[in-house]
Design a protein around this ligand. Structure first.
Ligand code: HEM
Length: 152
């Protein structure tokens, strides 16, 4: 999905231009490329949603939360609505996270004492295993360093 998201993000940036509304209706290479990328992303997300809907199992993740959500008046979310939510998470969570991590690694490379302290905390808290969300409260210094990178 990464190359398609890249195309969509590039078009998103260009969509702030003064003639973007006018250009949207024209068969320009950029619009066609965008439509192709959009169709690929929608197709992939639709397949995932339909597969998970058919299985009816709650895997305790974000997609299960959406699929099992019930409106207060009763009734769940349609596949189209779930697809749009998933697409928003993808687009809002992809480049932001990549940028935040890239800047964090860069800033750590410029602050070697901080990098050493952060590695020390990760080594002692995780002791070689992969992290899970439950480790975050104990990764106090790591969270501070990441927050500072985002602040800068
Ligand atoms: C370090 C990573 C991230 C940064 C820096 C970031 C930053 C932002 C910012 C600045 C906004 C706009 C807030 C506003 O204008 O009111 C926003 C909104 C949003 N972000 Fe993120 N974000 C990150 C990660 C994510 C991830 C991982 C997801 C989803 C999986 C996500 C989903 C959203 C959504 C859905 C909104 C819109 C919220 C609304 O309805 O107003 N973001 N984010």
């Amino acid at each position: 999905m990464a190359p398609h998201i890249t195309v969509v993000m590039q078009t998103f940036r260009a969509s702030g231009g003064p003639f973007s509304e006018f250009q949207k209706g024209l068969p320009l290479p950029r619009s066609r490329q965008f439509e192709r990328a959009r169709a690929q992303l929608v197709g992939t997300v639709n397949r995932i949603v339909q597969k998970r809907r058919a299985r009816q199992e709650d895997r305790g993740d974000l997609l299960s939360t959406l699929l099992f959500a019930q409106e207060s008046e009763g009734g769940g979310m349609s596949d189209g609505l779930v697809r749009d939510e998933v697409m928003t998470f993808f687009l809002a969570g992809h480049e932001t996270t990549a940028n935040a991590l890239a800047w964090t690694w860069y800033l750590l490379s410029q602050n070697l004492e901080v990098e050493a302290k952060l590695h020390g905390e990760i080594d002692s808290v995780l002791a070689g295993r992969l992290p899970s969300a439950g480790d975050i409260p104990r990764l106090h210094y790591t969270v501070m360093a990441f927050s500072e990178a985002i602040r800068l």
